[in-house]
Design a protein around this ligand. Structure first.
Ligand SMILES: N[C@@H](CCC(=O)N[C@@H](CS)C(=O)NCC(=O)O)C(=O)O
Length: 224
């Protein structure tokens, strides 16, 4: 019997979550273990080329990079969740990569130290969301009515977006009806809801408050 795949994770990592969503959607049995990224063990440093999670151990091999892991899991468990048309597939890959950049921008927004930076990052993220809005099919999922790898890649971003929006009271999707419906659809899926640890919402919100930036200040002011 083939050995179970093993995912190496960090509880708050959105890139790991991309892989988990595909594994759950495809009902692949896997083991998951967590590393403390602030003090990574030696065995992890030895097998992770960039010192990052996710890693996927497949027999004696180790894969890294979330989009590569997503595609590998997808390819070994047909039918594929990627479009079959090469041009559509290439476009999906490009927008998945775009999503990777948005994680960084959204992190900068949630961890901004001042109101000025918070507003600047919000404006930049709003503009990026508008580009994504225009690339979206306008149907239930990014490409149309069927769930695809690209949907799994964006769900972690929007799960975090919702929590940051709740904490800060700032909404960035008012002018994005396609994205607003998409977020609702993605966050309602079992494979998305079960892709994080049970206490995820609390850990995630606490991490923002502990960062002691502009959002923490807003919350303090509201409790005065
Ligand atoms: N491009 C990578 C990004 C992975 C990534 O940034 N992982 C973060 C955790 S969310 C990490 O391991 N950071 C530790 C470090 O960079 O030292 C992917 O898509 O897998």
């Amino acid at each position: 019997m083939a050995k179970k795949m093993q995912l190496i994770s960090f509880k708050l990592c959105p890139f790991v979550q991309r892989a988990v969503i595909v594994l759950l959607y495809k009902s692949v049995e896997f083991d998951i273990s967590y590393v403390d990224l602030s003090n990574p063990p030696d065995w992890f440093k030895e097998i992770s080329p960039l010192g990052q999670v996710p890693l996927l151990k497949v027999a004696d091999e180790v894969l890294f990079e979330s989009s590569v892991i997503q595609e590998y899991v997808d390819e070994v468990t047909p039918p594929s969740l990627h479009p079959s048309d090469p041009l559509q597939k290439a476009k999906n890959r490009a927008w998945i990569s775009f999503g990777g950049e948005l994680f960084m921008l959204q992190y900068g927004w949630s961890h901004a130290k001042s109101e000025k930076v918070f507003q600047e990052k919000a404006d930049q993220l709003r503009a990026k969301f508008m580009q994504l809005e225009n690339a979206h099919s306008g149907q239930s999922y990014f490409n149309g009515k069927d769930f695809a790898l690209i949907d799994a890649a964006y769900a972690p971003l929007f799960m975090r977006y919702r929590y940051i929006s709740e904490l800060s009271g700032m909404e960035l999707l008012q002018d994005c009806p396609n994205l607003s419906r998409w977020v609702d659809n993605l966050l309602a899926l079992d494979c998305v809801q079960q892709s994080v640890v049970e206490e995820f919402e609390q850990i995630f919100k606490d991490s923002i408050v502990k960062a002691d930036g502009y959002i923490a200040k807003l919350l303090d002011d509201n409790t005065l």
